[in-house]
Design a protein around this ligand. Sequence first.
Ligand SMILES: [Zn+2]
Ligand SMILES: [Zn+2]
Ligand SMILES: [Zn+2]
Length: 315
Amino acid sequence: MTLNSLKTIKYLILLLAFHFNQICFAEDTQSPYLIILGIAQDAGYPQAGCYQKHCMKGWKNPTEQKSPVSLGLVDPKFKNKYLFEATPNLPQQLYKLDQNTLGLDYKLNGVFLTHAHIGHYTGLMFLGHESMGAQNIPVFAMPKMKIFLENNGPWSQLVNYKNIIIKPLKNKQTENLGSIKVTPFIVPHRDEFSETVGFRIEGPNKSALFIPDINKWSVWKQNLASMIKTVDYAFLDATFFAQGELPGRDMTKVPHPLVTETMNELKELSMQERNKVWLIHFNHTNPLLNQESKAREQVKAFGFNIAEEGLILFL
Ligand SMILES: [Zn+2]
Ligand SMILES: [Zn+2]
Ligand SMILES: [Zn+2]
């Protein structure tokens, strides 16, 4: 066979692969989908002022850096896009979301906020006068969160200049938006400035739980295992992997379910149910951020997934 005919065969294979992709994609063009835009805890990875070995990798190589937790949601049928959380990395995260809908002129039809900790809402500032100067972006917030934004600068300016319009959320009350439904539910957390919620996000075919921040599973009135059985994906707080991860800091002051505790909590679930879990909200100290860690192997063998930025999941 000549080199030229080899090249032709290679070209034909590529062409076929391209069209196959197009066909697969075409089937899904109307399905809404989630895109993971951030996987780290509020402070991102690496963390300000941390020059320990685990963070140095991130300082030296910017491609290793991770943004605070955020999900993008795209609804092609209604040409809408949404953000879950407004993080300090909102400019980069919005860019990723917009690249995904490039040229399609999708409207930012809402930003859903879980609570008033720095990684979850401060990105709202980029919608304001000094940045995008956005107009009437719906921001879905619970009652205390709404009052907090309306009465404290610089957020109150966003409200006064109508960069954002706050849409009040109620515990367990469903918002119907085009192809998707979003329901907030209260979770226990350190509620200094606002209450904290998780979200149930439902599409026409699949649904997801989003719980980026929560106190221990034992202090929650809901049963996590039975809740997981009712969805297809569960994004769960995985701030710390195990006890002793914060040397010199009292871990009871920052209560989160340890990943080891979450595994214990869900040990009765089948492999199929465990596969629905996507761990998210990793502290800079969490060994799950390290691709080569034993912790990663252990978690994957258990059946959990570790969230990755850029990943798309259809609803
Ligand atoms: Zn957080
Ligand atoms: Zn660090
Ligand atoms: Zn928090």
